[in-house]
Write a protein that binds this ligand. Sequence first.
Ligand code: NAP
Length: 276
Amino acid sequence: MKTIFAVFGDPIEHSMSPAMHNAAFTDMGMDCEYHAFRVGQDSLRDALIGAKAMGFGGVNLTVPLKEKALSIVDADPLAAKIGAVNTVYFKDGMRGYNTDGIGAKRALDNAGVDIANTRVLILGAGGAARAIGFQFANDGANITIANRTEKRSHDLARDISSVGTAQGTGLTNLKGLIAQADILVNATPVGMHPNTDQTIATADSMHPDLTVFDIVYNPLETRLLKETKIAGATAVNGVMMLVYQGAEAFRIWNNVEPPINIMKDAVLEALGIQKS
Ligand code: NAP
């Protein structure tokens, strides 16, 4: 009998996860299927209990369920610190993980960028910034969180300080902040489809030794990454973070490493972009 996997969220129609995981299952000859279900916060507990009762292999959670899940599942220490769960595994109860940060780290590894001992400037203080901030601080980076609502940057920096070095600030002196950074991470939706002409920073504020990691993946090359190339800096797009966070969930559920390139091609195809 097939083993079923799922992503729960609302809205859920545009999730890349079914295409990505089903491609991996097919490639590996596994008798499994991955589906998307619209689940709101009020139904999350029932949906997870039902999925476990029906023998689902595992579940991913997306907006608006990641924080709510903390009160339902047994979260691992990193997910508990981040304050959000994106992966649930049903062995020995309901275990919760957050694979977004490791996905970001592996995306930079894949681009040949080492995080240890770097100065990382993260723009944004939302869910993705939290996961990346904790992971990179854990990996030995010095983190600066710069956020439109400055108070949120200080709150997040204080939380991250429990695992490493972090400070918070606003966006007013962005050029000065970028001059001090080795890696710039855009963890805001600025530049995302349909607002593709927008950018949070331009080439004149960048230096050639900078790596710019834009976690927005639609479009693949955002205006920020176009500016990065003009500045002669290194540009890393958000697709591999998406792929690696999914690959890490796959590994947690199945205890095997999935085919990364197959998953990447499935995402690019789902995005309507030509395969690599
Ligand atoms: P979120 O929790 O809603 O946080 C959004 C952050 O962006 C907030 O800090 C917000 O600042 C800031 N922001 C929003 N609009 C802005 C603007 N016009 N100017 C400056 N700052 C602005 O969102 P999230 O879940 O962290 O996701 C952020 C982005 O990352 C989304 O585009 C999402 O698609 C992408 N993402 C990609 C991956 C991947 O795998 N590649 C994974 C997760 C997320 P305030 O605090 O002031 O509101």
